[in-house]
Each structure stands twice: as structure tokens, then as C-alpha cells.
Design a protein around this ligand. Structure first.
Ligand code: C2O
Ligand code: CU
Ligand code: CU
Length: 498
């Protein structure tokens, strides 16, 4: 009797454990997503249109953007979306170094938003950060002179505590800068033909076909999707008619880190990062991009072939937040006859190195929890006062187990050290956003040139937008020598009703 009871108890324990293990295995398995080999590539890649512009009486190049709601069919019925001048994403703005640009941003949404020019060197009042809200029904018209090298920048909303939602619904676009003085002339440069924007975003859909906005269990990173959109296209292919093609990769996701490479392992040339071209191309098979980062790559194709761009499991990201996920991203379909492309030049541009010996200041930023240096974002607090035209060294350290993506407004910086060592080739050009895996520290250097405004701050923050919205952001002002910050730091900007 006792013996039978005992056996029964043992069996029960085994059963419970077994169920536990099975459940654990199920959860473990559900933790990773793979679309590799399962994407059919039946839709032509949408190319964001180049935004039309006009030259006004003062010789300024004027663009018009309208943030609006709409719907889009991603193959799940009608999904409610937001976009600029359309249902989803926005047109590509393009301007040349030296031009004065004006962007009239009209807010046709039912709530306030902002538009930030990510990577742009400009006056703080034009930055489009949380201090320049655009109320529903009103238009904001920032203007500035483009004063930086050719680069792949982008624009997106930045409303206080609401950035994730606005970007996830579809408000984002590319901003390409050209610089007649600094080449890239031998790089593929025909927009939409051999020079193509590739905005990668991951989405999760609800049963009724809407963007799902919740995080998974054990996930402190933000929304991670199981479906990729490239320029808003599901399962995209791109017809290639030239021997070489330049892809301007933008990680426009709110939280996911990608590790791009080709299915057949082919190498490609990394020619540019966030703030412009590299001094020389770097041949590699992989490029990792955290949210907000960009990379320009030149890929060579053979006549008639199909090449698949994938995202492989990124290093430094654990399984619970996408570290074992992999995706088929984009299929390149090479024509049977390809137009010849010039070889990628050995030298691209000068990237003058900033010298830490010139630094007026060294600051430390510790990222931990959702805070920086133990503080949460406060619109009324200035965390750093920088003197115009000085060079600063910033030591940025990820102190805990979650990956972060550190971004600084106003400047393009250089990476001096990664965990005390020389930076890898991908981090030797101009950067405005860097991936910080758990436990990593980076020493960066920047010159805060040209613009001072003691009353209007710029931001530095984590570009994992859930982190940013939850306080992982700080503010700095750039002042003229001897000037002091001028609180209160309420909202400012040129906001008018029409
Ligand atoms: Cu792309 Cu402050 O952000
Ligand atoms: Cu920015
Ligand atoms: Cu973060």
C-alpha cells in the first residue's frame, strides 16, 4: 500500500516535471523567430518617392511633409497606419551640402507629434525633439543650412514619452545628403535603380490584422515582431540591372537589432556609416545595426542570379530579446544582362580624426535600468552644458544585461575605444548612434560646432524607443563661451495654426 502510494507520488512528480520541461521547451522555442527559407519574395520592393521640393524667393529648398493616418494592406487585411504624405513611412528628402532647407511639417494627426532630423547638425530649435511639439492641425517650419558631409540620415517623430508609438505606426523616412565636393561619385548613385533605400522594420500583427503593440514575456527591450517590412513591403524583391548596387540600410525598428549578411556568405563593401562615407571601403560579410543606425553597402551580383539578404542572430543580444532570431530580408533579382558598374574606389573620403588631446571636457554616461547616470529624462533639467566649438570626450557604459543603442543629437561623433580597444572598421567613420551590448563601454569624441542656444536643449538617449520613452534620455545645451543655460526649458519653436 505504502509502496503503491509512493510509486503514485513519484509518477505524479515525474508527470509534473515533464509538463514543466515541455512547457519550458515550448516557451524557449517561442522565444525565437525564424523566417529563413520561408519568405516567398513575391512583392516588388517599394521605393520611397523622392520628396518634391521647390526653391523659394530666398533661394531656400522647401519641402512639405504631412503626418497623417491611413490604412495599408500588408496581407492581413486593412491595418491602421500612420505616414508622411501617404499611409506608411514618408518620402525621401534629399538636399545638397550648402543648401538652406525648409521643411513645412503639417500635423494632420489627432495628437501632438514632432519631427526630428536624426543625424543632422542644426540649431537646437530646428531639431524636432520633445521641445518642438507640433499640435494637431498646425504646421512647424524649421529651416537650416545643410553643413555636413554626404550621408544617409533619417527623420522620425520624437514626442515626449510617445516616440515608440509614433514610429511603430509608420512615421519615418530617409533624408539623403549629397556633397558635391566629396566624391562617392564612383559609387552607384542612381536613386531607386542602383542606389536604394532599405528601411528595415519588424512588426507583429494582432489576429485582426493590426500592429500589435505589446512586448513579449521576459522582454525589457520593446516590441519585437515576427514579420519584416522593408520600405513597408512584406516579402520584397528588388530587380537589379547593374553589376553593383548600393543599399542604404536603415534599422528603422523600435527595438530589434539586426545582423545583416547574404545567404550565400558573399562579401560586400561597407562604404558608409551613420554620418557619411568611410575613408576606405571595408570588405565584410556582416553588418550589425541597432535601432537608429545606418550602413551603406555596395553588393556585386552576377547575371541572372538571386541573392538573399538576411539578418542573422546578432551577438550581444540574448535569446529573450531576439538574440536567436533570423530573417529573410530582401531578395535581389539580377537581370540576365547587367550594366557595368565602376569598381568601388579604394579611397572614398577624408575622415579627419578628432584628437582626444583637444578635449575640453570628459563626461561619463552610465546606462542602467532605464536611466542614465541614475536619472530619468526630465524636460526641465539640463544634464550637460557644452561650450560651442569645443571638443568633448564621452565615456558611455552599458552597466547591465540589456542591450542599448546610444544616440546623440546635433553631432556626428567618432569612436575612440570599445572596451578599451581600437574600434572595429564599422566604427571608424562618422557615427551618431552606436550599439552597446551588455557590459560594453565606448569612448566617443565630438566637436559641438557652430550652433549655440542656451534656452533650447538637444538630447542624448537610448534609441530602443521603449527605453527612451521610459526615461533613458538626457538633455544638453550648447552655449557660447561664457554663456549660461537659460531655464525654463519649456517648449519652443515656430508653431502656428493654419
Ligand atoms: Cu532618432 Cu533622438 O532620435
Ligand atoms: Cu537624433
Ligand atoms: Cu536602451
Amino acid at each position: 500500500m505504502v509502496r503503491r502510494l509512493l510509486l503514485g507520488a513519484v509518477a505524479l512528480v515525474l508527470l509534473v516535471c515533464g509538463a514543466g520541461v515541455a512547457a519550458g521547451a515550448w516557451v524557449w522555442d517561442r522565444m525565437s523567430v525564424s523566417t529563413v527559407g520561408r519568405v516567398e519574395f513575391t512583392n516588388p520592393l517599394a521605393i520611397p518617392p523622392l520628396a518634391p521640393s521647390r526653391i523659394d524667393g530666398e533661394g531656400r529648398r522647401v519641402f512639405d511633409l504631412r503626418a497623417q493616418a491611413g490604412t495599408r494592406d500588408f496581407g492581413r487585411g486593412r491595418t491602421v497606419t500612420w505616414g508622411f504624405n501617404g499611409d506608411y513611412l514618408g518620402p525621401t528628402l534629399r538636399a545638397r551640402r550648402g543648401e538652406q532647407v525648409v521643411v513645412n511639417v503639417h500635423n494632420a494627426l489627432g495628437e501632438a507629434t514632432t519631427v526630428h532630423w536624426h543625424g543632422m547638425h542644426l540649431p537646437a530649435r530646428m531639431d524636432g525633439n520633445p521641445h518642438q511639439p507640433i499640435r494637431p492641425g498646425s504646421t512647424w517650419s524649421p529651416t537650416w543650412r545643410v553643413n555636413q558631409p554626404a550621408a544617409t540620415l533619417w527623420y522620425h517623430p520624437h514626442p515626449h514619452g510617445q516616440t515608440e508609438k509614433h514610429v511603430y505606426r509608420g512615421l519615418a523616412g530617409m533624408f539623403i545628403l549629397d556633397d558635391p565636393a566629396t566624391g562617392g561619385r564612383d559609387l552607384p548613385h542612381e536613386y531607386g535603380v542602383d542606389d536604394v533605400p532599405v528601411i528595415v522594420q519588424d512588426k507583429r500583427f494582432t489576429r485582426d490584422g493590426q500592429f500589435a503593440a505589446s512586448r513579449r514575456f521576459f522582454n525589457d527591450l520593446g516590441i519585437l515582431g515576427d514579420t519584416l517590412l522593408v520600405n513597408g513591403t512584406v516579402g520584397p524583391y528588388l530587380d537589379v540591372r547593374t553589376e553593383r548596387i548600393r543599399l542604404r540600410l536603415l534599422n528603422g525598428s523600435t527595438a530589434r537589432v539586426y545582423n545583416f549578411g547574404f545567404a550565400d556568405g558573399r562579401p560586400f563593401a561597407l562604404v558608409g556609416t551613420d554620418g557619411g562615407l568611410l575613408a576606405a571601403p571595408h570588405t565584410t560579410g556582416r553588418v550589425t545595426l541597432a535601432p537608429g543606425e545606418r550602413a551603406e553597402i555596395v553588393v556585386t551580383v552576377r547575371p541572372g542570379e538571386r541573392a538573399v539578404l538576411r539578418s542573422y542572430p546578432p551577438a550581444g543580444v540574448d535569446r529573450f530579446v531576439g538574440g536567436s532570431d533570423e530573417f529573410d530580408v530582401l531578395q535581389l533579382r539580377a537581370a540576365d544582362r547587367l550594366d557595368a558598374s565602376p569598381p568601388v574606389p579604394d579611397r572614398l573620403v577624408d575622415v579627419p580624426r578628432l584628437d582626444p588631446a583637444d578635449a575640453a571636457q570628459t563626461r561619463t554616461f552610465r546606462l542602467s535600468g532605464h536611466q542614465i547616470n541614475g536619472e530619468s529624462m526630465d524636460m526641465g533639467r539640463i544634464d550637460a552644458v557644452v561650450t560651442r566649438d569645443t571638443v568633448e570626450v564621452w565615456d558611455v557604459a552599458n552597466m547591465h544585461g540589456t542591450p542599448h543603442s546610444f544616440h546623440v543629437h546635433d553631432v556626428q561623433f567618432q569612436v575612440l575605444r570599445v572596451d578599451g580597444r581600437e574600434p572595429p572598421p564599422q566604427l571608424r567613420g562618422w557615427k551618431d548612434t552606436v550599439f552597446l551590448p551588455p557590459g560594453t563601454s565606448m569612448r566617443i569624441i565630438a566637436r559641438f560646432a557652430d550652433y549655440a542656444d542656451p534656452a533650447t536643449p538637444y538630447m542624448y538617449h537610448c534609441h530602443m524607443l521603449y527605453h527612451e520613452d521610459n526615461g533613458m534620455m538626457g538633455q544638453f545645451v550648447v552655449v557660447a563661451p561664457g554663456q549660461r543655460p537659460q531655464p525654463p526649458f519649456g517648449s519652443s519653436g515656430h508653431d502656428h495654426h493654419d
